[in-house]
Design a protein around this ligand. Structure first.
Ligand code: ZN
Ligand code: ZN
Length: 367
C-alpha cells in the first residue's frame, strides 16, 4: 500500500484545500470515462479516492499520521477508506466531479451502473457482553443467504451450455434512444428490456437455480470484533452479503453490535462503574479488599477514613477505546453498610460506641 500523501502528490503539511485540489487532479487523470477498460487507471482511481477519504477528514488524517495504514486495518466499518465499487466513489465525492466537465458523464455512469445487477446487502446484529467488548472477540454466526449455485457455478446457464451475448444491447445492458425534442437532441438511456441489464441471454437455464445462478444456503462465518465497540457501531464485511444473480458482484454483510446489560457493571463511555458496600470499621481503619472486574478479581485498597459515597479509580480496568491505545478506568463507589440484623454482642458494642460518639448531626450542602 502506497503512502496516501504520495498517491495524491502532496506534502505532509498540505492544507485541506490543497488536498482537495490534488485529489481532483489525480481523479480527473484516472477518471474511468477518460480511461475506459484500463485496469491500472481504475486501480489508481480507487487508490486516490481511498487516500482522499482519509486525508480530508482531520481525525482520520491524524490517526494516519500517527499509525500509518495500520491505523485502519480491520476496520472497514469504522472509517477505513477502501473502495471496491467505483460507483461508491462517485456517490461519496460527487461534489468533486460536478462542474468539471464530468457532470453529465457522472450522471450517466451512476445510472448505467444500476442496470448491472448486484447482490443485496445483509444486516445482522450481534449481542456482546461487556467482557467480550473489553477483550475483543471472534463470533461464529450462521447466516442464510443466496450463494452461487454449485451446479452452474453461478452462471445460471445449464451445465454444458453458455450464456450468449444479448443481441439487443450487444452486452452493454443498456439501450440508447435518440429522440428529438424542442430542446434539441435527447439521448435516452434505459436498461435493456431483453436481458434486464445483465447483457447476457440464458437460453438453457440451470435446473437447480432456474437460471438465477444462486441458491439459498446457510453459511457459517467468523467475525472478528475489535475491542471497545458500542451499541450502534457496525462493521461492513465486504462481499459477504447475498451473491449477485448470474455471477454478478455480491452485496456486503453489515454487522451491528448490541451491548448486553451486565448484572453487576454499568458502562459509562469507556469507564466501568461498580458500587461496593463495606462495614463501618473497614471504612474507619481502611482495608484492602478483593473486587470483581471485567477481567477477574483485583485488590482494591480502601484508605482509612473513607467517606460513604467516595469513588475510587482503578486506572486501565475499563474498556479500551475503539481504534486507540487509550483505556477506560473502573470507578468504584464505596458505600458504608448499615447493619440491620444484629447479634446481642454487636448490639452491645454499638450501644457503647454510640455513647462515645458525638450525638449532634452535621449539616452540609446537598451534592
Ligand atoms: Zn444453477
Ligand atoms: Zn440486453
Amino acid at each position: 500500500m502506497r503512502d496516501y500523501y504520495e498517491i495524491l502528490g502532496v506534502d505532509k503539511n498540505a492544507s485541506s484545500n490543497e488536498i482537495k485540489k490534488a485529489y481532483r487532479k489525480v481523479a480527473m487523470k484516472y477518471h474511468p470515462d477518460k480511461n475506459p477498460e484500463d485496469e491500472q487507471a481504475e486501480k489508481n482511481f480507487k487508490e486516490a479516492a481511498e487516500a482522499y477519504s482519509i486525508l480530508k477528514d482531520d481525525n482520520k488524517r491524524a490517526r494516519y499520521n500517527q499509525f500509518g495504514h495500520s491505523g485502519f486495518e480491520n476496520a472497514s466499518g469504522f472509517g477505513g477508506g477502501g473502495f471496491t465499487d467505483i460507483n461508491d466513489i462517485f456517490s461519496t465525492f460527487g461534489d468533486i466531479f460536478s462542474g468539471g466537465g464530468f457532470g453529465d458523464i457522472f450522471g450517466r455512469r451512476t445510472q448505467g451502473r444500476q442496470y448491472h445487477q448486484k447482490g443485496s446487502d445483509l444486516k445482522i446484529s450481534i449481542g456482546l457482553t461487556l467482557e467480550e467488548i473489553q477483550k475483543g472477540t471472534t463470533k461464529t454466526v450462521k447466516i442464510k443467504r443466496l450463494e452461487a449455485c454449485g451446479d452452474c457455478n453461478g452462471s445460471g446457464a445449464r451445465p454444458g451450455t453458455k450464456p450468449t451475448t444479448c443481441p439487443t444491447c450487444h452486452g452493454n445492458g443498456e439501450v440508447r434512444q435518440v429522440q428529438q425534442s424542442f430542446l434539441g437532441q435527447v439521448i435516452n438511456v434505459q436498461p435493456c428490456y431483453q436481458c434486464k441489464g445483465s447483457g447476457e441471454i440464458i437460453s438453457n437455464p440451470c435446473r437447480s437455480c432456474r437460471g438465477d445462478g444462486r441458491v439459498k444456503k446457510t453459511s457459517t462465518i467468523e467475525i472478528e470484533i475489535p475491542q471497545g465497540v458500542s451499541t450502534g457501531n457496525y462493521m461492513t464485511k465486504q462481499n459477504e452479503g447475498n451473491h449477485g444473480p448470474k455471477g454478478s458482484i455480491p452485496g456486503n454483510l453489515i454487522v451491528y453490535f448490541d451491548e448486553k446489560t451486565h448484572q453487576l457493571f454499568t458502562r459509562d463511555g469507556n469507564n466501568i462503574l461498580l458500587e461496593t458496600w463495606i462495614q463501618y470499621p473497614q471504612a474507619v481503619f481502611g482495608e484492602t479488599i478483593e473486587i470483581p472486574t471485567l477481567a477477574g478479581k483485583v485488590k482494591l485498597k480502601i484508605p482509612a477514613g473513607i467517606k460513604s459515597g467516595q469513588v475510587l479509580r482503578l486506572k486501565g480496568k475499563g474498556i479500551p477505546e475503539l481504534n486507540s491505545h487509550r483505556q477506560g478506568d473502573l470507578l468504584v463507589k464505596v458505600q458504608i453498610l448499615t447493619p440491620s440484623k444484629l447479634s446481642g454482642k454487636v448490639k452491645d458494642l454499638l450501644k457503647s460506641l454510640k455513647q462515645e460518639l458525638p450525638v449532634e448531626p452535621k449539616f452540609e450542602k446537598f451534592s
